[in-house]
Ligand binder design. Structure first.
Ligand code: AMP
Length: 283
């Protein structure tokens, strides 16, 4: 008989025999893959023996008036990109199987999921936490790779996996941008050529704030003023939020330091785009 007092030890014992030596790495996505997703897949390839990609446009993370029905899809192209990145398994479940009649369980992460996108998209992170929990239970990854493009999502998932003792390592990867600075996103496909130009105001304001911070400006009021000025110069931009927060707990801050997060959500025409930077980290 063994007595075990450590969670990690208990989990290692429980999982090891069924798992063998094979490490599973996992990249969950909503598809319409681009170079940002590919960077996660390449990292996943390095970190595991079996690389699993999921493509699932998760209905429960979309609000009533959001773009669930119009979300861009191209399975054939996604599979080509996946193949080129060395994916072993593409998991494409149906919504009917993921959420059968009678489904009634959810995962809620509290404080860290409340501000920013949590405030503008009520219920969004419940949907994300629930689907990621389901996907982790289905795929049983050792390591899962997420992008820092969705900074708060990554923070929520780190919190959730820690709080609930999910035996999976979470890796966050840098934002991949187009050459002109626009953060890559499946939703960029919605933009008209004029809007595509207008969308540059997000990365432009990030760049401006980073320059000021690098020059010694630490006042969030001053940095905010600059960020607002850059965005407001763009007539197509409709600001959802621009916020400076502590990069770990997402608390509000008034004096910036290297760990301060600048997060933006801005509508360009009908398309809501997000972007962010941590002021002291490489962009
Ligand atoms: P999505 O398909 O939009 O749900 O994104 C799936 C994963 O890809 C998430 O972990 C995102 O953060 C990540 N991702 C999306 N766009 C980028 C990007 N431009 N750079 C890095 N990661 C990204």
């Amino acid at each position: 008989m063994q007595i075990i007092n450590s969670i990690i030890h208990m989990q290692a014992l429980a999982i090891a025999p069924e798992r063998g030596e094979r490490r599973i790495s996992f990249v969950p996505t909503m598809g319409f893959l681009h170079e940002g997703h590919a960077s996660l897949l390449r990292e996943g390839r390095k970190r595991g023996d079996v690389l699993v990609l999921s493509i699932f446009v998760n209905p429960i993370q979309f609000g009533q008036n959001e773009d669930l029905d119009s979300y861009p899809r191209n399975m054939e192209r996604d599979c080509q990109i996946a193949e080129a990145c060395g994916v072993d398994i593409v998991f494409i479940p149906s919504a009917a199987e993921m959420y059968p009649h009678g489904f009634q369980t959810g995962v809620t992460v509290r404080d860290i999921a409340l501000p920013l996108c949590g405030a503008s998209r009520p219920g969004h992170f419940d949907g994300v936490a629930t689907v990621v929990t389901k996907l982790f239970n289905i795929v049983r990854p050792d390591v899962a790779i997420f992008g820092r493009k969705d900074y708060q999502q990554l923070a929520v998932i780190r919190r959730m996996t820690g709080d609930l003792n999910m035996p999976v390592e979470i890796v966050g990867m840098p934002i991949v941008r187009e050459v002109d600075g626009l953060a890559m996103s499946s939703r960029n496909a919605y933009l008209t050529p004029v809007e595509r130009q207008g969308a540059l105001c997000l990365s432009r304001s990030i760049k401006r704030v980073r320059e000021l911070f690098a020059g010694g400006e630490l006042s969030v009021a001053v940095l905010m003023e600059e960020a607002l000025t850059v965005i407001k110069r763009e007539s197509l931009a409709d600001i959802d939020y621009i916020e400076f927060r502590d990069g770990t707990l997402l608390h509000e801050v008034t004096i910036a330091d290297g760990s301060t997060l600048l997060a933006l959500a801005v509508k360009i025409g009908q398309t809501r785009l997000i972007d962010n930077t941590v002021l002291g980290e490489e962009s």
